[in-house]
Design a protein around this ligand. Structure first.
Ligand code: PEP
Ligand code: MN
Length: 371
């Protein structure tokens, strides 16, 4: 059961203490308190865990300071959708809204290789009105001998260039607790010219200790990639690890599944799960067409597979796109074969615009005709 307090009633208030002392006297009920800080207000949510079947909704609702009460029916307690659950499906970070109802594009470098590449990328993004990007500094690689990113050595120039070109959010994978500290330090040293979305890669989806650490901090939102070899349910439970530690600013990323059935693509595309994740949870859903397809292949229609697959995700209601670009893919240190070129940024964005408009038309069609 979730008891949601009226806006700005917090754990120091009389209302909260009265409710707390009531709950403490209940048998076999544990209480966890979450603060959800929005742009205009702070919401306090009290999660009651244990034998809550015996609790009366009306009784809990009758306490002063209580806004509403939700009986949890599904397993994803914090991020899931439950009956009569009106908790939001969006959050704002550094001025950018992330929601199940909108779409943000994160085109950028799979891995930061040089200041020149970062600058070329960010300049092109600004020219195309983009305020988000992806920039990998810490790269988990299959081979221990491959380039693993410039790590903290590139953070300062990445953040400074982001500030220079008006980039508000950079998605950046972290594979260790120390990376979060390094990002924090570099942001502080550069005067916080931009924001960072911490990315948990598919190899770490079930790295529960990392999830707990990233879930405990509430400064940065988190993009959790689905595990490439586990069920959707297992990956959604992993997202719940983040939220249960306090961070509800979570985006769920689909990036293809590892199976030879996906050949000749790098992974089999799983974007059919976009509506499923949106139905089961309140998380905005990201798609990563680059790591799904893994190449610049195109067919007789001249459309790159990456663009076809992006369109498939957008037409199904994706809320975020993470896509690899590089000023010179042949010289990229990581994943050059799947990177789009700068002259492909305009057609990419235009294609997304067309398909997003079609998705909105579909929404109107089905919502107007629903009885
Ligand atoms: C990435 O986005 O750079 C990446 C490594 O993705 P994934 O974890 O999905 O392989
Ligand atoms: Mn990559």
């Amino acid at each position: 059961m979730i008891v949601i307090l009226k806006p700005n009633i917090d754990s120091d208030s009389r209302e909260f203490r009265r409710l707390e002392s009531h709950v403490r006297n209940l048998q076999n009920i544990e209480m966890r308190v979450h603060k959800v800080t929005g742009a205009e207000q702070v919401l306090t949510e009290i999660y009651l865990i244990g034998n809550t079947a015996a609790l009366s909704l009306d009784e809990m609702k009758s306490f002063p300071g209580v806004d509403h009460v939700v009986r949890i029916s599904e397993e994803y307690r914090v991020l899931g959708r439950h009956k009569d659950d009106h908790r939001p499906n969006n959050f704002t970070y550094n001025g950018v809204n992330f929601s199940q109802d909108n779409l943000n594009i994160f085109a950028g470098l799979c891995a930061v290789d040089s200041p020149a590449s970062v600058e070329a990328m960010m300049k092109a993004l600004q020219e195309h009105g983009q305020v988000c990007t992806r920039m990998g500094a810490y790269k988990p690689r299959t081979s221990a001998y491959s380039f693993q990113g410039h790590g903290k050595n590139c953070l300062q120039y990445v953040f400074e260039l982001a500030g220079k070109y008006g980039i508000k959010v950079i998605s950046m994978e972290v594979t260790h607790e120390s990376h979060v500290d390094e990002i924090n330090e570099a942001l502080a040293e550069t005067g916080t010219p931009t924001g960072v979305m911490l990315q948990i890669g598919t190899r770490n989806t079930q790295n529960f200790e990392l999830l707990k650490i990233v879930g405990r901090q509430q400064e940065f939102p988190v993009l959790l990639k689905r595990g490439f070899g586990i069920t959707l349910d297992e990956s959604l439970h992993a997202a719940e690890y983040l939220a249960s530690e306090g961070n509800q600013k979570v985006i769920f990323g689909l990036r293809g599944m590892k199976t030879n059935i996906g050949d000749p693509h790098r992974n089999i595309v799983d974007f059919a799960h976009i509506p499923v994740v949106k139905r089961l949870t309140r998380m905005p859903v990201c798609i990563d067409p680059s790591h799904s397809v893994g190449s610049r292949s195109r067919g007789g229609d001249k459309i790159l597979d990456i663009m076809h697959i992006t369109a498939q995700g957008v037409i199904a209601g994706a809320n975020m796109i993470l896509v690899d670009f590089h000023p010179d893919p042949s010289r990229a240190l990581v994943d050059g074969p799947q990177a789009l070129r700068m002259d492909e940024l305009h057609p990419f964005l235009e294609d997304v615009r067309i398909v997003r408009a079609a998705f909105k038309q579909r929404l109107r069609l089905f919502n107007e005709n629903t009885v």
